[in-house]
Design a protein around this ligand. Structure first.
Ligand code: ZN
Length: 172
């Protein structure tokens, strides 16, 4: 059986700035009011014969949304992004958070941004495609700690109404 959670109606939303380096129109800093739809399939199990407790799914998904909300999303592993004093192959993303200001070159353009204004993501892009994959993998991992009856977690990250990308993470 499947459960569905509608991101708009369940307040699984975030508003963030991003950039798609090298893209003709999305290569400039701009923002979206995102929302995240969740679909999970699995056997019904446990004391209440649930697939999964809605409360758990909403709690974990909401906390991911809150982390990204009102920030600039930086895809650290994009090949057109260079971050001053940061070696993508050796340095930890967590160290970037400790910097007061990050100095970036994005497709040759220079930016300096307070690091508290950013979220550094271990991704090549912050497209709806990459964000849905990131959400699905993170949520599947988190739910797998508590549930062993789930078959997949599917996430649609919408960049606004009528435009989203779906990624399905199989668990079994
Ligand atoms: Zn965009």
């Amino acid at each position: 059986m499947k459960i569905l959670i509608n991101g708009i109606q369940s307040n699984l939303r975030f508003s963030s700035a991003h950039i798609i380096p090298g893209h003709e129109s999305c290569g400039y800093i701009h923002g979206h009011s995102y929302f995240v739809d969740v679909e999970i399939e699995g056997e019904r199990a446990g004391d209440f014969d649930f697939v999964v407790d809605f409360k758990d799914v909403k709690k974990y998904t909401k906390s991911m949304c809150d982390e990204l909300d009102h920030r600039m999303l930086i895809p650290v592993y994009n090949e057109l992004i260079d971050i001053k004093d940061f070696d993508k192959n050796n340095d930890s993303i967590f160290d970037l958070k400790k910097e007061l200001t990050v100095y970036l070159k994005i497709d040759g353009k220079g930016y300096s941004i307070p690091s508290v204004d950013c979220v550094f993501l271990p991704l090549p892009y912050t497209s709806a495609e990459e964000l849905s994959k990131f959400f699905a993998e993170t949520l599947a991992k988190k739910l797998s700690e508590d549930y062993d009856n789930l078959e997949y977690v599917s996430i649609c990250v919408n960049e606004g109404i009528g435009q989203g990308a779906v990624y399905r993470k199989d668990i079994k």
